[in-house]
Ligand binder design. Structure first.
Ligand SMILES: [Zn+2]
Length: 60
């Protein structure tokens, strides 16, 4: 995963980026676009997973 990819800040449902979630104290946040609730660690894992499949299509 590229270092510049803000996985913890990105809604995996609608792709909205929420910069304030980069604060380590924020573990859960609600996407203002699609109203989905995200646990930052789970959201990061999902985003990394989907990003990884995009970067390495042969693995999937
Ligand atoms: Zn969203």
């Amino acid at each position: 995963v590229p270092r510049f990819y803000a996985s913890t800040q990105t809604c995996h449902i609608c792709g909205h980026k929420e910069p304030k979630t980069k604060a380590l104290s924020i573990r859960k946040w609600t996407c203002p676009e699609c109203k989905a609730m995200h646990d930052r660690d789970v959201n990061a894992a999902i985003n990394i997973l989907s990003k990884g499949k995009t970067l390495l299509p042969s693995v999937a």
